[in-house]
Design a protein around this ligand. Sequence first.
Ligand code: ACO
Length: 320
Amino acid sequence: MTAKIIGIGAYAPEHIVTNRDLMEFLDTDDAWIRERTGICERRISTQEGTSALAAEAARRAVKDAGIRPEEIEIIIVATSSADRSFPSAATDVQGAIGADNAVAFDITAACSGFIYGLHIMQGFIQSGIYKTGLIIGAETLSKVLDWTDRSSCILFGDGAGAAVVQAAETGVIKTLVGSDGRKGDVLYCQARSLKNCITGGKPELGFMQMDGQEVFKFAVKKVPEIVTQILEETNTPGEEVQHYVLHQANTRILESASRRLKVPMEKIPVNIDRYGNTSAASIPILLEEMKRDGRLKPGDKLVMAGFGAGLTWGAALLTW
Ligand code: ACO
């Protein structure tokens, strides 16, 4: 048995922030952002936190799957921007959707989070421990952005995407994940410091810090590497793959992957223009869009690949 995605849902906050809106308080430029990143606008949450976005995406995925919430045995939320340190966003979702029989927990693997979640779920399903699960990528990174840092804040958006997976004969063919903790300083967000009344000083919370060029160099090398690896290890000719669903971080990274992999851009879907980088949510948001507009057909083969802070990376090959 393997994990098959049987339902998909996505939800993004209504409030749209265009590049021109950013120009009102930031020394930036619409043309610069479009040329360097492909982003035109992003959704920014004004009311709802990560758990609320995750719960709505989950409801939509459960509806799409045609199952009852009580049938879900495990909920994994991949997020780097949970509303609270504890309890988890996953238990918030469990309560909100009435998945009373599920075990629920969060994982943090930044933009690779959805693939990590699928990798973990695949292990549970292959081993027979669970048959039906829910994986959600959800972020409100707008909370942790330094809105005075034009080199990072222009890149990100808020949103959530969810997938219901179930044990089946066909579905995930292989997942692979990896991490390199030596490169943790390339992209990070400081959480609470050790400052308190015992150690001295007031607790501090940080904002995201990013060495954009280092992340860029890592991504353009790593994405083709893991896509090639997963195809080779499963003896899958690249031509048999209909869709290369890559984490939406920057269109230049997607175009570079297209060149290096010799895969036409028609096979690499893009929606970063409308959402920005939604981190762990980007792949399931894109999948939902592709299913809704009829691009994803039963039997299609697709490769998904993500990369992000950690540094982390992950890829999955599956039959839809
Ligand atoms: N508007 C206008 N000018 C800007 C902006 C901006 N928003 N940001 C930077 N610039 C300026 C810089 O100050 C610099 O000016 P200078 O030459 O006078 O010093 C110039 O533009 C070039 O800056 P670079 O940093 O060299 O620009 P680059 O082409 O590298 O693009 C970018 C920057 C878009 C951040 C790119 O490096 C990138 O996309 N990196 C990947 C980032 C990423 O994907 N992060 C998410 C990873 S996933 C996760 O885990 C969250």
